[in-house]
Design a protein around this ligand. Structure first.
Ligand SMILES: C[S@@+](CC[C@H](N)C(=O)[O-])C[C@H]1O[C@@H](n2cnc3c(N)ncnc32)[C@H](O)[C@@H]1O
Length: 386
């Protein structure tokens, strides 16, 4: 088993970096440090494999192989050509290049990717008179080129497909949240599987399925069958099999209840199917239920919800809708902590409850507030509060 230490980068969404850092510490990541929408850390192949398998808030895990400054594309070409690619991939293998440019004099990511590809295939051609080919979908080696000003960081993408693709099939309804965002919302709310949890507008059930995985102490990627590192030349299948086997020993039954409402019966049917694909249908109870008519399903617990945002609804309807959410929480959900994500910064004010915690998260490109409301006697805002 290789104990060689790598410098690794776990990418995530803005606002989830501290959650991801904790998750990485739990799997043995060394010297984790938060950077922009990512955590940089050190670890051997075991840590690298676990970083792909366990954390809920990582989008992909990169292994840095080289860093240098390049003044232009030709300089970049020469420096890329010096890396020993023939030790990293097979002549008959395939490659793909993802380029990200920030404040750089090199401004065209496609052109930069092209230059990097040329440097790699020219190295092979010079040595073997043949060259590997490009496959942007399912390459043997996915290479990540990150250029900040003129500082270039060259990494191998160990995940392949984004880690939000958990491997359980999804029947989607309108506007499902990304799995990484759903899990991040749960973790920011302090959910660890011991509390009772309600998502009263559950849509396809993403938040609840992520919750059931967390509560069962399962790796986020339990159902995933492919990772980029499977195709690497230094892949250690025995180590991987051992990590998968170990994961079974940690599994447990959820302590708290996990309940989902949605007013739409069709949506509930799809959510149930999704829970079944993830084999978690015994852990989640789904009910067709209009929230304003609902009663609390347990005495106390956590509410995590992703209500509709205003894109399709008229402003007045949106204001009334969020007022209904606040009124229902206030009258029926005494003893709960509610966390609500919304991009509708005006409408969310109509909830009319004191915010005890505010986070900024992104649902796709939409900047959102993720607010906490503690529901107990007297939590309603008075008229002169902001
Ligand atoms: C943005 S979607 C939730 C998406 C969900 N988080 C997912 O990942 O699929 C909002 C959901 O709220 C439901 N909904 C809207 N108003 C509701 C109400 N008054 N009571 C219950 N459900 C409602 C809609 O049917 C829709 O499925």
């Amino acid at each position: 088993m290789s104990r060689e230490k790598h410098t690794l980068v776990a990418k995530t969404m803005a606002g989830l970096e501290p959650v991801l850092k904790k998750e990485l510490e739990a799997i043995g990541a060394e010297e984790p440090e938060i950077i922009n929408r990512a955590v940089i850390f050190k670890g051997d192949n075991e840590v690298l494999y676990k970083a792909n398998y366990w954390p809920y808030t990582a989008l992909r895990i990169l292994k840095i192989i080289e860093e240098f400054d390049a003044k232009d594309e030709n300089d970049l070409y020469n420096k890329i050509k010096r890396i020993k690619w023939y030790k990293l991939m097979d002549l008959d293998g395939t490659l793909a290049i993802d380029t990200f440019l920030h404040n750089s004099t090199m401004t065209h990511s496609r052109f930069v990717s092209q230059k990097v590809k040329d440097a790699i295939v020219d190295q092979f051609r010079d040595m073997f008179e043949r060259r590997p080919s490009v496959d942007t979908e399912n390459p043997e080696l996915r290479i990540n080129v990150h250029i900040n000003k003129n500082h270039c960081t060259i990494s191998l993408d160990s995940s392949g497909d984004s880690l939000h693709k958990r491997g359980y099939r999804q029947e989607t309804n309108k506007a499902p949240v990304n799995e990484v965002l759903a899990a991040g919302m749960l973790k920011l709310a302090g959910y660890d599987g011991n509390q009772n949890l309600l998502d009263p507008m559950c849509g396809s059930g993403t938040i609840l399925i992520e919750a059931a995985l967390i509560a069962s102490n399962m790796p986020s990627a339990f159902y995933r069958e492919e990772f980029g590192f499977f195709k690497w030349m230094d892949f250690e299948p025995l180590l991987w099999r051992q990590l998968k086997k170990e994961a079974f020993q940690f599994q447990r039954d959820p302590e708290g209840e996990i309940v989902g409402f949605d007013m739409n019966q069709n949506t509930i049917t799809k959510a149930k199917a999704n829970a079944k694909f993830a084999k978690l249908h015994h852990d989640i109870e789904f009910r067709q239920q209009e929230f304003s008519q609902s009663k609390k399903p347990f005495e106390e617990g956590l509410i995590v919800m992703n209500p509709p945002y205003g894109e399709r609804m008229k402003k007045q309807n949106m204001d009334d809708f969020y007022k209904m959410v606040g009124d229902t929480l206030k009258t029926e959900y005494d003893g709960f902590n509610a966390y609500i994500i919304s991009s509708d910064l005006n409408a969310i004010k109509n909830i009319g409850l004191r915010t005890s915690e505010k986070n900024i998260l992104y649902n796709g490109a939409l900047e959102c507030r993720y607010n906490k409301y503690e529901l107990y006697e007297g939590s309603r805002k008075t008229a002169n509060e902001e």
